[in-house]
Design a protein around this ligand. Structure first.
Ligand code: GDD
Ligand code: MG
Length: 336
């Protein structure tokens, strides 16, 4: 099966990290976020992935010059301008020649990490004779997602993107779809079209949209909190055996305290510093006596002596936090 991964968004909620690196190329533990999505699909019979690119497309090409990722053939297509989710699907479908071997294909939001069983979804898609089938997950707060109401048999009755409360259901669009080529015919070419706001609602009216409710490991890594969560879940063993967070190629002083954190290759953590619940990217430096709590230190950035970086702070690539500074829930450089 072929898949389209939507990876052309601006990643605004993860600025300033995404000013220099597109969201799906940000590291999660020891590899880009993208590789978790691709290897998840590869494990379920996907053998060709089309990356629907836009913002910072060169970063993807540079990372996979051989056109392969996690054992799968990668095809890169770049929209001339952002076409939104459905526009991107149509553009990727046509530009990559997917129509040459028509059949059901998969589409996924590139910032979703999940253990979804695509085979189960395909079974429902085929037995229902669906035009498209979407994966749903149950969450406590559905307001920042696409909210979906289904019949008992799985046919979608309502799809509302980011509704005002109260939401009609706690089941949300988890961002993985199976689609038949007929869906492409619903999408106008050459303009922005949202799959969530335009295409799915018309399919609901035509009664051709189905959904698989399946609570499995799932995370949309689009916010600072979720980006840290993705890494801590690996350390905590929430996705298979727990893994170590401190790279063998990092340099950590014996007098530093590192708890439940990721410290990537080439990072340096100095004496008396404390790093907890955080991610320290490649080549970042945490100087002596500094404290980093629940925050992300971008690659090559420096947290100066005695500085305190806490509560969801994001420090951009190569930024230098002056010694003694206190940052809480901050984005630096500022104004981004
Ligand atoms: N190629 C391309 N072009 N990709 C795009 C564009 C575009 O114009 N706009 C967004 N994307 C990509 C993003 O990079 C991301 O991987 C994916 O499409 C979804 O965009 P987000 O910006 O992450 O959307 P969201 O998280 O607010 O909401 C979406 O995901 C939720 C689940 O994670 C929606 O699909 C919701 O309905 C869903 O519940
Ligand atoms: Mg998202």
């Amino acid at each position: 099966m072929q898949a389209i991964l939507l990876v052309g968004g601006f990643g605004t909620r993860l600025r300033p990290l995404t000013l220099t690196t597109p969201k799906q190329m940000l590291p999660v533990l020891d590899r880009p976020m993208l590789e978790y999505a691709v290897s998840g699909l590869a494990g379920h019979g996907v053998d060709r992935v089309v990356l629907a690119l836009g913002y910072h497309d060169a970063a993807f090409r540079a990372a996979y010059p051989g056109g392969r990722c996690a054992g799968v053939e990668l095809c890169c297509v770049v929209e001339p301008e952002p076409l939104d989710t459905a526009g991107a699907i149509r553009f990727a479908y046509e530009a990559s020649g997917m129509g040459d071997s028509p059949g059901t294909f998969l589409v996924a939001n590139g910032d979703v990490i999940t253990d979804l069983d695509v085979g189960e979804m395909l079974h429902l898609h085929r037995s229902a004779g669906a035009e498209a089938t979407i994966h749903l997950i149950e969450v406590d707060d559905p307001s920042r997602y696409g909210v979906v109401v289904t019949d008992r048999d799985g046919r979608v009755r309502e799809f509302v993107e980011k509704p005002q409360p109260p939401a009609p259901s706690n089941w949300i669009n988890a961002g993985t779809y199976l689609m038949d080529p007929a869906v492409i015919g619903r999408i106008d070419g050459g303009r922005r079209v949202s799959v969530e706001r335009e295409v799915f609602p018309t399919m609901v009216e035509d009664r051709t949209l189905w959904a698989l409710c399946h609570n499995t490991y799932w995370l949309d890594v689009g916010t600072p909190k979720a980006y840290l969560q993705a890494q801590l879940d690996l350390l905590d063993g929430r996705r298979g055996p727990a893994v170590a967070g401190v790279s063998a190629e990092a340099s950590v002083d014996a007098g530093a305290l590192i708890e439940r954190s990721v410290v990537m290759a080439g990072a340096v953590v100095g004496e008396g510093s404390v790093v907890r619940g955080s991610a320290v990217h490649e080549g970042a430096v945490i100087e002596a006596g500094a404290t980093v709590l629940d925050s992300v230190v971008g690659s090559g950035a420096t947290v100066g002596r005695g500085a305190r970086v806490t509560d969801g702070t994001l420090i951009g690539e190569r930024f230098e936090v002056a010694p003694g500074t206190a940052l809480s829930d901050a984005r630096v450089p500022q104004g981004v």
